[in-house]
Design a binder for this molecule. Sequence first.
Ligand code: NAP
Ligand code: 8YV
Length: 317
Amino acid sequence: MPKIDILMPAPMSPEVISALDDHFILHRLWKQPDASKFLNKTGPHIRGLAVSTLAGRIDHALFDRLPALEIVANFGVGYDNVDARGAASRGIMVTNTPGVLDDEVADLTLGLLLATIRRIPQAERYLRDGLWPTGSFPLSPTLRGRRVGILGLGAIGKAVARRLDGFGVEIAYHGRARQADVAYDYYETPVALAKACDVLIAIVPGGAATRHLVNADILTALGSDGVLINVARGSVVDEMALFAALRSGTILGAGLDVFENEPNVPAALLDLPNVVVLPHIGSASVKTRAAMGQLVVDNLLAWFDGGKPVTPVPETT
Ligand code: NAP
Ligand code: 8YV
């Protein structure tokens, strides 16, 4: 294969960088003293982009600078950071990293659910703060007898459901369509699902179509014993409405792995006693991040080898 110019706007893992260095001419945009000057000179040669959420929004502003661009390889199954429709309109392929992270994210989701309901972080803090000798940690709410609603029963949602089956809780779901091969109860709207459940797990894609899908009405429907778990995208939940619902007791608690303005989390949210927060670590194990990185590399290699990437997104298929 002739050497092909690939642009990486923001740093990715050393393994991805090293693999791309082996096969391509890899340009590290973040190391350029003047990014715009660099793009004026080298942009016309760039045929591939390797990006993660750290690179910011990938859209026409960058596509305009890269007239020979053929493919955007995204690190992450979620690709709301990439204007995939805009890319498709220019004949640019977009790929993501589905499948290799389903179990990891589902494991973390169950961990976050239990941490939130059984108040595991708060209990650990209680012990570390030397409070155990002063009395037992207060009794917690329970997962027992709950009905769990999964908002987005896709690859990860199904991996979450398989685990929940083992926990002996009832499961229901909402998506834009009922799934013929799924036995769980289907609800046609998010609010109907929330009304029927007392745990709601959001695991839909981010982007305009799902922005604030979880709003004040849904939190009210979830109810005062309700628990929200968001492992989808921060944009899926109206954070101000969530803050109000947590503070007023409209819902019982929330476990959040994602936020509207990452990596910034509103201080007011952090002050609440009934929320467990994680810094977007759903897929963040060494093994799974390596598999995702390898898929980024494989997509670029497959595209430039035969024009057929491994995991193209639907908009560009
Ligand atoms: P997936 O297999 O494509 O599943 C997405 C599900 O969401 C589908 O069941 C889809 O069902 C549903 N959906 C899509 N748009 C919807 C809408 N507007 N309203 C209601 N439901 C909708 O994707 P996945 O691999 O499970 O990943 C899901 C998302 O999880 C990613 O896009 C990403 O944002 C997030 N994620 C987070 C982490 C983390 O670290 N926290 C890690 C990985 C992924 P219908 O088509 O029937 O609507
Ligand atoms: C990544 C994710 O942490 O795959 C996704 O959609 O949210 C995570 O696995 C994130 O995309 C890193 O850029």
